[in-house]
Design a protein around this ligand. Structure first.
Ligand code: URA
Length: 232
């Protein structure tokens, strides 16, 4: 990799600012000041900028317990973004794997590996996403049987051509449902319950495929283990 690109990848410098830093003699390779932006850097090169060693950031795989009031978006809005909670170099390169609404809490995966993200979200791979759904009114008896059958069959949401893919519904309490989805449409859980006449007052994602949030506190994140990454 060219030295100016290496500097842009490993620091906050753009490529043109990296060239200026090189010109000022701030960059060394293996202890020698270097000024040529086209020099090739390989894995063995020890590159420093103002005596700080630099290293390329590899692909990252994280889980976050998203609190309410945080948005899963790359652009800046009124709300803090999920990536703002992750204090890592080049954090803006991370993307959330799918999205949760600003008021939804729970498990969000983040990565800079687009192919892995696609594998996790693609309905083809059938990684179920489990949601705990708090309803305004109880859902029980025949209404529950009918709702579970409708969700298993697929419901037609406003503005959608195809019905939802089969989903699994069970109740934890009369107003607390557990819903497993194998796809991710916009506001899907809230729209599915609206389609059967129920209003969602709180929504929490507990797991995605083999990965559960466990006891990770709200607002905290951790790196996935090699086994967890490979599980998708
Ligand atoms: N479905 C929703 O309605 N909201 C979410 O945040 C996730 C799934």
């Amino acid at each position: 990799m060219r030295l100016d690109r290496f500097l842009a990848e490993t620091t906050e410098l753009t490529r043109s600012l990296a060239k200026k830093a090189l010109h000022r003699g701030e960059v060394s390779i293996d202890g020698e000041i270097v000024k040529n932006p086209a020099l090739q850097v390989d894995e063995a090169s020890r590159v420093t900028w103002n005596d700080e060693p630099l290293a390329l950031v590899g692909l990252r795989y994280l889980m976050l317990h998203k609190p309410s009031g945080v948005e899963c978006t790359a652009r800046r809005t009124l709300y803090p973004r999920a990536i703002d909670l992750i204090e890592l170099p080049k954090g803006e390169r991370l993307q959330t794997v799918g999205r949760l609404d600003v008021d939804t809490t729970g498990l969000v995966l983040l990565t800079d590996d687009g192919q892995w993200s696609h594998r996790v979200t693609s309905p083809k791979h059938r990684f179920g996403k489990v949601y705990r759904v708090t309803l305004a009114e109880p859902l029980e008896g025949e209404a529950l049987e009918w709702a579970a059958a409708a969700f298993a069959e697929g419901v037609r949401l406003d503005g959608e051509e195809k019905p939802t893919r089969p989903a699994e519904l069970s109740m934890r309490e009369p107003t607390v449902a557990e819903l497993t989805l194998f796809e991710g449409k916009y506001h899907q859980v809230k729209r599915m319950f609206a389609a059967i006449g129920h209003h969602v007052v709180a929504l929490h994602r507990a797991s995605i495929g083999p990965l559960a949030l466990g006891d990770l506190p709200a607002g905290e994140w951790r790196e996935l283990t090699a086994d967890e990454i490979a599980a998708f």
